[in-house]
Design a binder for this molecule. Structure first.
Ligand SMILES: Nc1ncnc2c1ncn2[C@@H]1O[C@H](COP(=O)(O)OP(=O)(O)OP(=O)(O)O)[C@@H](O)[C@H]1O
Ligand SMILES: [Mg+2]
Length: 209
């Protein structure tokens, strides 16, 4: 049993905001780019998307369905949460130093997440919170305005992940953007490199040694 394993939670009270996509791509960055042993733990009780991706059989790291009884043999475990919180999930969240919170770039989502962080007492004293503005379309002024507000108003770390068709494409292949190298058509390579760069920037905010 590796007692030094570190947990990273990817959580939002909202559905469909990119928790699973970011969990897989972060783990893929740590493993395929940085060379670390990593596992994803799929905490969804139903519609286990991460487990579905894993069943495609190509990911170079394991995905466990549900929290195992023994700590996994890995340096890092990325916890892919369902879009809610309860007492059991809170116990799992409390294992983590880092909480990655994807946010869609809309004023309503921004307000809802800010409220949820308060309601669930996910405080800076206890966690390092990284808010990820996910699916940003920077041609849209209202989305740029949310990016601006977020960067001006929060003390949390902020990362931006753009809206790119390469993300669902690669997930559909059962891969992340790093392990998909050589697996997508050459015309997608530019998108793939840009996606790798933004996931790497996000991963660097997670200061695990
Ligand atoms: N940056 C992005 N650009 C384009 N599509 C994205 C991006 N991030 C996620 N998606 C797509 O959005 C959809 C929802 O993402 P995902 O399943 O990761 O969300 P989720 O928060 O895990 O959802 P749930 O709450 O149901 O677990 C997926 O089809 C995913 O591929
Ligand atoms: Mg999910």
């Amino acid at each position: 049993m590796n007692s030094k394993i570190q947990f990273i939670s990817v959580w939002s009270p909202k559905g469909g905001v990119g928790k699973t996509s970011l969990s897989i791509n972060l783990a893929d960055c740590f493993h395929s780019y940085w060379g670390w042993s990593v596992t994803v733990i799929d905490l969804e009780p139903r519609q286990q998307s991460a487990t579905w991706i894993h069943k495609r059989g190509k990911l170079p790291f394991p995905i466990l369905t549900g929290m195992p009884n023994k700590k996994p043999q890995a340096k890092l475990a990325v916890l892919d949460f369902p879009p809610w919180m309860d007492d059991q999930l809170r116990v799992y969240l409390n294992l983590s130093k880092y909480v990655v919170i994807p946010i869609r770039p809309s004023a309503l989502d921004y307000a809802a997440i800010t409220q949820a962080i308060q309601d669930y007492q996910i405080e800076q004293e206890s966690f390092e919170i990284i808010r990820v503005l996910n699916c940003l379309d920077s041609r849209r002024s209202e989305e740029r305005a949310v990016e601006h507000t977020l960067k001006q108003t929060t003390q949390d770390k902020v990362a931006v992940v753009k809206n790119r068709s390469i993300y669902p494409k690669v997930i559909g292949l059962g891969l992340g953007v790093f392990s998909a190298k050589g697996e997508v058509e050459k015309s997608n390579n530019q998108q793939l490199y840009e996606a790798q760069a933004e996931i790497d920037s996000l991963a660097r905010l997670i200061n695990v040694r």
